[in-house]
Design a binder for this molecule. Structure first.
Ligand code: TXA
Ligand code: MG
Length: 313
């Protein structure tokens, strides 16, 4: 694989022009979204997409999310329907990915969908992501910008820690606001939550007026939903109230601990801190113990990530 001296770009005009130019010429550029940093490539360029898989060390059967600036662009790639319109009206731009049938003549590399006849698509709600998507004028395939199976990146430094030398550039625009990946909803045509994330099941139910499954799927419904994922180097133990002496404790709510996701017990704050705190505790080299997180709202997505971080590898 080619080695790069990865450019550390900023969210200024000239750097965004540079980033867009790199994307158009088939290079990999990591960029901020409101959820996590994505590792972007032109979704029409098979070589560029193949390089995403190579840089991440990702199994090639795992399809990618395509990022577009607006609904009109999304309609070029998927067969749109009423449920999609309703969801887009409420949650786009934002932390919701919808999976819809691919539209004929879509022009995307088959590597993006890993050969499936559906496509996962999202309009991100982040100024810098939007500016980059407009400048690149291309559908951008982007998984989270971390080596496959490791903790997702919520800062440019996390991206560089995992992928420096393997990608052309990272656009640095500070920490991600949501801090958890998007919720993935299949509408093909039944509505199914494929991954819990930044938009809660409760919010989706309120908009659709129907029940969606409330427990994270146990079998692999999204090909990327492998059991062991988001894994720190160290062992992870969940639902811990008293940590062992050799462990570092990740807390939630008022308690004594090494790092706290949210002292006030706020799940939104906890989501935003989750991956950064895991990155920090992982650097101690000690096993990580984690306090219980309530299984409501964003807590479902947080617990889903934690279960995978703790899963046998
Ligand atoms: O917030 C996010 O979604 C971030 C940012 C960068 O947008 N992206 C992200 O991508 O988390 P990634 O590649 O780490 O996760 C994509 C997930 C995988 O679990 C994959 O299997 C699933 O989306 N997926 C992609 N296409 C699919 C499809 N056609 N049907 C079902 N699942 C699909
Ligand atoms: Mg990921």
């Amino acid at each position: 694989m080619t080695t790069f001296s990865t450019l550390h770009l900023r969210a200024i005009e000239s750097d965004l022009d540079r980033a867009a130019q790199l994307l158009r010429s088939g290079d990999l550029v990591a960029f901020p979204t409101e959820t996590v940093y994505g590792l972007g490539a032109d979704a029409r360029n098979g070589t560029a997409v193949a390089n995403i898989y190579a840089a991440k060390g990702r199994p090639s059967f795992n399809p990618l999310i395509v990022h577009v600036p607006d609904v009109a662009s999304a309609k070029k790639y998927v067969v749109w329907n009423d449920a999609a319109q309703l969801l887009a009206d409420h949650f786009w731009p934002g932390a919701l990915t919808i999976v819809l049938p691919l539209r004929s003549g879509h022009g995307l590399s088959s590597l993006v969908t890993a050969g499936l006849d559906t496509l996962a698509i999202r309009v991100p709600n982040h100024t810098t992501a939007q500016r980059l998507l407009h400048r690149a004028d291309a559908p951008i395939a982007a998984p989270s910008a971390n080596p496959s199976g490791r903790i997702s990146p919520t800062t440019a430094q996390h991206v560089l820690d995992g992928l420096a030398g393997r990608i052309a550039a990272v656009v640095d625009d500070g920490p991600c606001g949501v801090g958890l990946e998007s919720t993935i909803l299949g509408i093909t045509p039944n509505v199914t939550v494929l991954r819990y994330g930044g938009v809660t099941a409760e919010q989706i139910e309120a908009v659709l007026g129907l029940a969606v499954p409330h427990s994270a799927p146990t079998k692999i419904t999204a090909p990327g939903q492998m059991n062991s994922h988001y894994a720190p180097n160290a062992a992870v133990r969940l639902d811990v109230v008293d940590a062992k002496t050799d462990e570092v404790l990740l807390g939630f709510g008022p308690m004594k601990c090494d790092l706290n996701l949210s002292k006030s017990g706020d799940l939104i704050e906890a989501a935003a801190n989750l991956f950064d705190h895991l990155h920090q505790l992982d650097k101690t080299g000690k096993p990580i113990a984690i306090a219980p997180i309530p299984q409501v709202g964003l807590g479902r997505a947080i617990n889903d990530r934690l279960r995978r971080a703790a899963a046998p590898r």
